[in-house]
Every structure is written in structure tokens, then in C-alpha cells.
Design a protein around this ligand. Structure first.
Ligand SMILES: O=C(O)c1ccc[n+]([C@@H]2O[C@H](COP(=O)([O-])O)[C@@H](O)[C@H]2O)c1
Ligand SMILES: Cc1cc2nc[nH]c2cc1C
Length: 341
């Protein structure tokens, strides 16, 4: 029997479980590609929409996949690194935005409504921020595993697609610290304005991250230790949700820089761990393009968005629905009596 992913007693147990996760169904991929080639259009003329339909077929294990149930999860966390002044907005905004999500007033509420996704917001101990990573590890191993388990448990095994997003004042610094620690380069190649830092704020972020990287040098070779060192809870919960989705063969749409950086911990652990994940959009946060290059992924959309909350992923769901509508509903050359197929 395959071991359930969570609860995982230790990082080393989790590492063993990650490599045993399922892959896409090669037969369904072949059948979906054959169907695309039989539809009434010049082969390849629907471009990326064809690839998206084939991707969904592989993970659903059927030639004609459908989205009856789209789940969106937004995880919120607070970060000790805010003590270093890296955030233009005050930390209370995290909880205030969670209240706004719950009242239906945020961008993600409207974008989920527009694209037909059911939104759940999970606030992770906002009154108890993680520790300041420039002074010590943001989280202990047990805290990371607990946040991952909470992320995994939130995934509805009946969902046909999962949209992931986050909210956490200060987490653009956490994301840049994670990518700097996991993939190298210098901190100033990974930092960006986040919710609105100016050029002086960017220099401060880069200094704080390099100080953290020097302090946590011993953790850099182990992606899960990197996650513990730099945080935060919403990043760990995203990792847990990505893994739980993979175990249930649910395709995932990641959001912008912060969400993708969280999931990148799993890529560093196992190069195939994000094969079931699309990246919904290319964020205007500059580190996102660099990260997409490292992951070898092309975002579905590029709209100049830089909000977070899962907003770009929710918009990309509309494109995915369009891809499946064409794939499932079009006539074949034979059905329509069109010559040349
Ligand atoms: O994910 C992105 O691409 C993204 C880009 C810029 C800002 N954000 C959001 O802004 C917040 C973090 O910004 P900051 O400046 O407080 O570190 C956090 O709540 C994110 O959801 C998110
Ligand atoms: C208002 C506001 C909304 C957000 N949504 C995601 N991150 C955010 C940061 C701020 C500051």
C-alpha cells in the first residue's frame, strides 16, 4: 500500500514519499493528442490550448477531460522578517485581507466567481508570525510539517483542478530568499517591489536575504531545510497542497512569484514534482521570469499582474476551460464531413 503523505513524522519520511507519487497516464495523453489531430481545424492551430487539453487528459487519465469542480485555496501567513522593515504595508493587513476574502470583497473573490472556482481561505496562525530568518530559522521541522499537512488536508480529492494562492505581508522577501537559497545567483537578482517597495526597499530586502543565506549556509543543500530556514507557513501549506493534489492526480494552477517560489521547494527536492502544475501567469515581480526559466515552465498568461491571492491562476482557469470546451465539444473531420482530416 502507498503510504499516505501526511502526517509525515520527519523530513526524511516525506522525501521518501515524494518520489513514490503517481505520473500522468501516457495512454490518455496519446488518445487526447489523436483527438486534437482529428478535430475540424488545421493540426496545431489551437496552439497552447491543444497542449492544455492534452495535459488535463494525462492527469485525469481520460481522453476527454472535463472540469465539473474547480477548487481554489488561498493560504495566509505572517512573517518574522517584517521586523527588518522589508514590507511597505503593515503586517495587520494580512488578517484584514483575510477578512476581506471572507466578506467577498477582494480581487480573488471576483476572479473565482468569473472563472467558476470555489474559494476557501485558510489563515495559518496569523497571530503567531514565524521567526525572523535573519536571526534564526523561521520555523522548526515540526512546524513546517504541520503547515504542510494543513495544506494537504484542505485539498478536496473530488476536485478536477486546484488553484493555489497566498496572502502574507512580507512574503515577497520570503519568496526571494527561498529562490536565492535554492537556485543561487545573488539576492538582488531575485528581489522585487512586492506590494510596493521602492529602490531603497529593494536594497534592504537584498541585504536581509544575503544575511539570512550566510546564517543558514548549512541548510542550503536540503530544500526542506531551506523551507524551514526562511519560511513561511503559507509556503509550506502550498507545498502540502501540491503534493496532495499529485497523490490524487489533480492538476494544479500555481499563481505568481510567491506561490511558484513556494512550490519550487518541491522541484528542488525532485525535478518531476511539479509535472502536474501549470503556472497561471507570469507575474510582473521580476524574479518570476527567472524562476520560470529554472523550472522550465511557460506561464499560461502574461497580463502584467502582481497581486498574489491566486488571482493570475484564477484568470488562467478561464483559458483552461476554453481549451477543454474546444477539445470536448468540437466535431471531428469525419463527423462534420469536412475533407482533408
Ligand atoms: O505572487 C506575486 O507575483 C506577487 C507579487 C507582488 C505582491 N504579491 C503580494 O504582496 C504581498 C507581499 O508583498 P510584500 O511587499 O509585503 O512582501 C503578498 O500578500 C503577496 O500576495 C504577490
Ligand atoms: C491591499 C493588499 C492586498 C493584497 N493581496 C495580496 N497581497 C496584498 C497586499 C496588500 C497590501
Amino acid at each position: 500500500m502507498i503510504q499516505p503523505l501526511f502526517p509525515a513524522p520527519s523530513f526524511s519520511d516525506l522525501r521518501d514519499r515524494v518520489v513514490a507519487l503517481p505520473d500522468a497516464d501516457a495512454g490518455a495523453i496519446k488518445a487526447a493528442r489523436a483527438r486534437q489531430d482529428s478535430l475540424t481545424k488545421p493540426p496545431g492551430s489551437l496552439g497552447r490550448l491543444e497542449d492544455l487539453a492534452v495535459f488535463m487528459a494525462g492527469w485525469h487519465g481520460v481522453a476527454r477531460p472535463r472540469i465539473a469542480q474547480a477548487q481554489a485555496l488561498v493560504f495566509a501567513g505572517n512573517h518574522g522578517i517584517c521586523a527588518q522593515g522589508v514590507n511597505p504595508f503593515p503586517q495587520e493587513v494580512t488578517a484584514q485581507m483575510v477578512a476581506n476574502f471572507q466578506a467577498g470583497g477582494a480581487a480573488i473573490n471576483q476572479l473565482c466567481r468569473a472563472s467558476g472556482a470555489e474559494l476557501t481561505v485558510i489563515a495559518l496562525d496569523l497571530e503567531r508570525p514565524t521567526a525572523d530568518f535573519s536571526a534564526g530559522p523561521a520555523m522548526r521541522e515540526a512546524e513546517v510539517l504541520d503547515a504542510m499537512a494543513r495544506g494537504a488536508q484542505a485539498v478536496d480529492p473530488g476536485a478536477d483542478v486546484l488553484i493555489l494562492g497566498e496572502m502574507g505581508i512580507g512574503n515577497s522577501t520570503v519568496a526571494a530568499a527561498l529562490t536565492r537559497a535554492l537556485f543561487g545567483g545573488t539576492a538582488d537578482e531575485w528581489v522585487g517591489p512586492g506590494a510596493g517597495s521602492d529602490s531603497e526597499g529593494l536594497r534592504l530586502k537584498a541585504r536581509v536575504i544575503e544575511a539570512g543565506v550566510a546564517r543558514h549556509a548549512a541548510a542550503l543543500a536540503d530544500p526542506l531545510a531551506v523551507l524551514a530556514a526562511f519560511g513561511g507557513r503559507e509556503q509550506a501549506a502550498i507545498c502540502g497542497a501540491v503534493l496532495a493534489a499529485r497523490a490524487a492526480r489533480i492538476p494544479v494552477i500555481l499563481d505568481g512569484f510567491i506561490c511558484t517560489a513556494a512550490a519550487a521547494v518541491l522541484h528542488a527536492l525532485d525535478a518531476g514534482a511539479l509535472d502536474h502544475c501549470l503556472v497561471g501567469h507570469a507575474s510582473a515581480e521580476p524574479g518570476h521570469r527567472r524562476l520560470l526559466g529554472v523550472l522550465g515552465k511557460k506561464a499560461v498568461l502574461d497580463l502584467g499582474m502582481r497581486l498574489g491571492e491566486g488571482s493570475g491562476a484564477a484568470v488562467a482557469l478561464g483559458v483552461l476551460r476554453a481549451a477543454l470546451a474546444a477539445h470536448d465539444g468540437m466535431a471531428t473531420f469525419a463527423e462534420a464531413g469536412v475533407s482533408g482530416g
